[in-house]
Design a protein around this ligand. Structure first.
Ligand code: G4P
Length: 535
């Protein structure tokens, strides 16, 4: 391998520093699609908002892969989209926001360097946001908070800030503050400069950028634009924040200890462009990643000085029904990726060619000639890739295995026609490998179960077994609602009534509980055992 030149190192550094790879996390309907669409609008990828297909009409082209998605009008598969926003290259990872989600959603967050958490101003912190935030916390991913739908009647901003802190257990620090809400939402005050960003609607239904005027908050001109009452309320809140609010520190944000909070209305474009501008300034570019070195000690893989390395965070089989293809999605962690490069596959100990690499630029599937740290690249997977695999140009390390997340729905599944057993087993194995479902076995090996993070995964499993493997199945639900990996001797674990112990694919003991109360009770009764939510 030729030594890198100073020029190529500088290019790599510049390309890496320009990248922002992130996920948008939210509860369904909080506005994730609208925010993504506005990001495309403000980056010039689409001329007017409303062009990105939505779940109710067509779906986003990015998630057109599965017939079921179209039938249901939802986006099931998590993928990534790349485009330029001002001086940055954005890689936005799609974490589906529908009612049910899967391990894929969680695992996608391992490929993100930061997250935008969208909260509906009327609803506050909802269940799915809480679950996704928990993963960000576990992985110490910095999170920016966008309180959306300020053009509708919502809850008082101070109350929402307090809820973020109380429910999510993170300090919230307001970067800007809304003036008015609902029909009277006229703008936000940028706290660091004490400037009012005053918006006026342009176009119908938020199709065009809102007109913006920046006015010093103490300027008398403001009184002509905003009612005295609204100004008094904003001034009062801002004074309170100065005294009692959390200060913002970028270092603490990068450590996941504080979340900067912004208020906006994605639909009307009020406060959205300045949020994106703040996001690209605050969010970190791809940084060093922890990995296990050859001697087992933890090392850091530097994005610039380490030659190309990446790991597989998602597999997707049969994305195109016309060709039975399978794609492995790689997150580039270091160095420069080039088309058709030959790399080491650490788990298999072999060399592999990364052929037909592609990514989604805006909404088009395009061939990738070069990629940089932070980029997501799909490569053809004839079966050699598993989730968590490390590939790189140099030896001596592998990225830490990706965690498994505790399932919350459980069942048994059978082929209706016993003659289809072989195809059924093959399909189930493939789907378990992709992470659609987990397969669990009883301790005696006599029984086997399927488990998933959300119930939709079972529908996906049945649908795909039928469409891709020609096997109709019967699904029987099991009465468990939560689970945990058991750290300690299963023999001495005092099992609550109606709970069971099973084994996962790595033979680790897992307890299935009928409800959360039973789990809490079990932990109290077994102080010498630890119940773990990540496997
Ligand atoms: P999601 O991806 O998080 O599920 O949410 P999505 O963006 O699809 O938004 C859900 C609904 O909320 C949509 O309305 C969308 O137009 C609306 N919405 C998003 N942001 C705002 C906002 O800032 N203000 C207001 N007033 N509404 C907002 P819908 O009627 O369900 O869909 P559509 O017919 O508008 O597509």
């Amino acid at each position: 391998m030729p030594a890198p030149t100073t020029q190529s190192v500088n290019e790599l550094r510049a390309a890496t520093e320009r990248r922002r790879t992130f996920a948008i996390i939210s509860h369904p309907d909080a506005g994730k699609t609208t925010v993504t669409e506005k990001l495309l609008l403000y980056s010039g990828m689409i001329r007017t908002a409303g062009m990105v297909g939505r779940r109710k009409g067509g779906t986003l082209a990015t998630s057109d892969w599965m017939g079921m998605e179209q039938e249901r009008g939802i986006s099931i598969t998590a993928s990534a989209m790349q485009f330029a926003y001002k001086h940055t290259v954005i890689n936005v990872l799609d974490t589906p926001g529908h009612q049910d989600f899967c391990e894929d959603t969680y695992r996608t967050l391992t490929a993100a360097d930061s997250a935008i958490m969208v909260i509906d101003a009327a609803k506050g912190v909802e269940l799915q946001t809480r679950k996704l935030f928990e993963v960000c916390r576990l992985r110490k991913i910095p999170v920016l908070t966008l309180i959306n739908k300020m053009d509708l009647h919502g809850r008082p901003p101070l109350e929402l800030m307090a809820e973020v802190e109380a429910v999510l257990g993170i300090e919230a620090s307001a970067v800007n503050w809304p003036v008015g809400s609902g029909r009277e939402f006229v703008g936000v005050v940028d706290r660091s400069t004490s400037t009012l960003l005053h918006f006026t609607k342009a176009g119908v239904g938020g199709a065009a950028r809102a007109e913006l005027r920046r006015i010093p908050f103490d300027s008398p001109e403001i009184e002509l634009l905003v009612s005295h009452e609204l100004l008094e309320q904003a001034r009062h809140d801002l004074e309170l924040l100065e005294v009692a609010g959390n200060p913002f520190s970028r270092e603490r944000f990068l450590l996941g200890e504080v979340t900067p909070v912004f208020f906006a209305s994605a639909l009307t474009n009020f406060g959205i462009e300045n949020f994106f501008d703040a996001f690209v300034d605050l969010a970190p570019p791809p940084g060093a990643r922890p990995a296990d070195g050859a001697d087992g000690a933890e090392i850091c893989v530097d994005p610039i000085t380490t030659p190309f390395s990446a790991y597989v965070f998602k597999l997707q089989a049969n994305m195109n029904p016309r060709h039975r293809d399978s794609t492995a999605f790689l997150r580039v962690c270091s160095g420069r990726f080039t088309r058709d490069m030959i790399v080491k596959h650490h788990r298999l100990g072999t060399a592999v060619r990364l052929s037909r690499p592609h990514s989604l630029v805006a909404q088009e599937r395009t061939t990738v000639d070069e990629a940089y740290p932070g980029d997501i690249v799909g490569v053809v997977n004839p079966g050699q890739f598993s989730i968590g695999d490390t590939i790189s140009l140099t030896d001596g390390f592998h990225f830490k295995p990706l965690p498994q997340f505790q399932p919350e729905v459980f069942g048994r599944i059978y082929p209706r026609d016993v003659g289809k057993r072989k195809a059924f087993d093959k399909g189930l194995r493939q789907m378990a490998q992709e992470g659609t479902v987990q397969i669990l076995r009883s301790l005696t090996e006599t029984d086997s179960y399927i488990a998933a993070v959300g119930p939709l995964q079972f529908d996906v499993l049945q649908y795909r077994l039928k469409n891709e493997y020609g096997v109709e199945t019967t699904l029987e639900s099991l009465p468990f609602q939560c689970s945990a990996w058991l750290d300690g001797d299963p023999e001495t674990f005092k099992l609550p009534y109606t709970s069971i112990v099973v084994k996962d694919r790595l033979n680790r003991a897992m307890v299935l509980f009928p409800n959360v109360l039973a789990k809490t009770y079990a932990q109290e009764r077994n102080p010498d055992h630890i119940l773990l939510s990540l496997g």
